[in-house]
Design a protein around this ligand. Structure first.
Ligand code: MTE
Ligand code: MO
Length: 535
């Protein structure tokens, strides 16, 4: 091989390596610009509101547009982690696009910077377009994108072959050290901005946390009826009668849990047939007649045998009292409004039949949950709770507005997503123990669980084995017709595989149907069954 050829080959290899290094730097520049955009947006969002950050906004927009079947799939497979999965998915996609934009910027600096702006616009549109969103919510994404576009433009400049000659370095070569310094500085400055944003947000939220700590719940004017001894069978593996707040299921569309300051909180009651519109603060509620009630809450997305049901002792005021004060009459008394639309600070709308709220049941505006102020995740400072209705048509958290209207005039959030307008809770029974595929020893095995049919109560629970005759379970003492009820059946278990099945009868004498239907549009039906292998 001639000397000349060898030199050329080495040159080609070096060129290839230089190209690869340049591409890697381009990708890195894109990633750093993406990070910069999110960090700056975080800082701006601290001034606007945390929910307006681009990831939360795009995530929220995705949630708003998720078809019910997909939403159900996500809830089923990721449970309460569905939001985390969504956020990680968005971040992963963003990272991919950031690398692509970085590579684009190597060839066309302006095009790369423009692509960053396009992403900013997407975030801005998502934020402003969320229910309850406004023009101001577009700011974090837009400012973040502007700064990031500038950063990418600058970084790509360092990677341009046309970089001016530097001391000891001919022009036209990659200014690697210059790039590394600029990239590092951008990354550090972005991290600083992001951290500052976090700090500011938590400083703002500290006031909310303080207002929650300082809230002293009053003794109820109308305490919850004493629970009979024996409402809780206290069996291993059986859900306790009262669900501790920390274990209470959480279902909502909020990627960022709203943290409201109790002192600044206001609720407006207005609309059709309201003679005197009301605006109330928390103090106003605390001064009224307070009631404490045991109410079991259930989500319409709960599959047969699923976990989205919980029981708490709520403290609040009767919603019907406030409505009467505002001059509202239910449809049965000639009132013009048949739907009450509750709106939360995060733009959720929940439609409840006015008749149900005013028919004498304990529909509450609640501020206490199991003896403490509502946790932030469960609606602090005030939420609705209505016995007998699924949460999506009754239990608005972070409530700030109640409008009296009609079902004809307004479809609430979930109704627009093909869920039913009206959704009373369906009778269900769940086997808590033994767990599916457990292998208990032959002999007496306690089969136990909970059954619920809120506002109708539970009259009977029966269990059968391998499709045999129905056997009556022993019921725990009843809480009220608005609470779930524990049950247990002593099973004389014989070795081998067996299927346990349960059904409940509600307070009207109606036996739970065995017909299997999905959660859409108004709650799942069918019987819970568990397969076990007795040894
Ligand atoms: N603001 C707001 N309130 C909401 C929701 C929501 O997404 N946003 N979800 C509702 C649904 S579907 C249910 S089942 C209950 C759940 O209340 P929890 O999270 O306290 O258990 O809240 C209801 N209230
Ligand atoms: Mo729900």
């Amino acid at each position: 091989m001639s000397e000349e050829r060898k030199v050329t080959e080495t040159g080609a290899g070096a060129t290839r390596r230089a190209r690869a290094a340049r591409a890697a730097c381009g990708g890195l520049a894109g990633l750093i610009a993406g990070f910069c955009a999110l960090a700056v947006a975080e800082l701006v969002a601290a001034a606007v509101r945390p929910e307006a950050g681009p990831v939360a906004a795009v995530g929220g927009a995705v949630i708003d547009r998720t078809p019910p079947a997909v939403k159900d799939f996500a809830v089923r497979n990721f449970g309460t982690d569905d939001k985390l999965v969504l956020e990680l998915g968005i971040l992963a996609l963003l990272a991919l696009f950031a690398v692509a934009v970085g590579l684009l910027a190597l060839r066309h600096r302006r095009a790369g910077a423009a692509a960053v702006l396009v992403f900013g616009v997407i975030g801005a549109v998502a934020a402003a377009g969320r229910p309850g969103g406004g023009a101001l919510d577009a700011l974090p994404s837009l400012v973040g994108a502007l700064v990031a576009a500038g950063a990418l433009y600058g970084l790509a400049g360092r990677l341009s072959p046309a970089a001016p000659p530097r001391a000891g370095r001919p022009g036209g070569l990659l200014d690697r050290r210059g790039f590394v310094v600029a990239a590092g500085a951008t990354a550090v400055a972005s991290a600083g901005a992001g951290l500052l944003g976090r700090r500011l947000t938590s400083a703002v939220q500290a006031g909310a946390a303080e207002s929650r700590r300082d809230l002293v719940l009053p003794e109820p004017d109308s305490p919850a009826p004493a629970l009979p001894r024996g409402v809780d069978l206290r069996l291993r593996g059986l859900s306790p009668f009262v669900t501790p707040n920390k274990d209470f299921y959480r279902i909502d569309t909020a990627l960022v849990v709203p943290r409201l300051d109790a002192g600044a909180w206001r609720l407006r009651i207005h609309g059709k047939g309201v003679r005197t519109p009301l605006t109330l603060g928390l103090r106003d509620l605390l001064r009224r007649e307070t009631v404490e009630r045991d109410i079991t809450l259930t989500c319409v997305s709960n599959e047969v045998g699923g976990p989205y049901v919980g029981h708490a002792r709520w403290l609040g005021v009767r919603l019907a009292d406030l409505l009467r004060e505002a001059g509202v009459r239910p449809p049965s008394e000639g009132g013009p409004a048949d739907q009450l639309v509750a709106r939360s600070v995060d733009g959720m709308t929940i439609g409840t039949p006015v008749e149900d709220v005013m028919d004498g049941r304990d529909a509450l505006l609640a501020f206490g949950m199991n003896g403490e102020p509502l946790p932030f995740a469960h609606g602090f400072p005030v939420r609705m709770v209505v016995p007998g209705l699924y949460g999506y048509v009754s239990a608005c958290k972070w409530i700030e507005d109640i409008e009296l209207t009609t079902f004809d005039a307004h479809d609430a959030y979930w109704v627009r997503r093909s869920w039913a307008r009206r959704a009373p809770v369906k009778t269900q029974a769940r086997i808590d123990t033994p767990r599916p595929f457990a292998s208990p020893k032959a002999g007496t095995v306690p089969v136990a669980g909970v059954a619920w049919a809120q506002h109708r109560g539970i009259l009977r629970v029966e269990v059968r084995v391998d499709g045999g005759p129905w056997q009556p379970a022993r019921l725990a003492a009843p809480g009220s017709r608005d609470t779930w009820r524990q049950w247990v059946w002593e099973w004389p278990a014989t070795p081998g595989g067996h299927t346990l099945e349960v059904r409940a009868t509600d307070g009207t004498g109606a036996v739970q149907t065995g017909r299997r239907t999905g959660t859409l549009p108004d709650g799942a039906t069918g019987r819970h069954s568990v397969v076990v292998d007795v040894s």
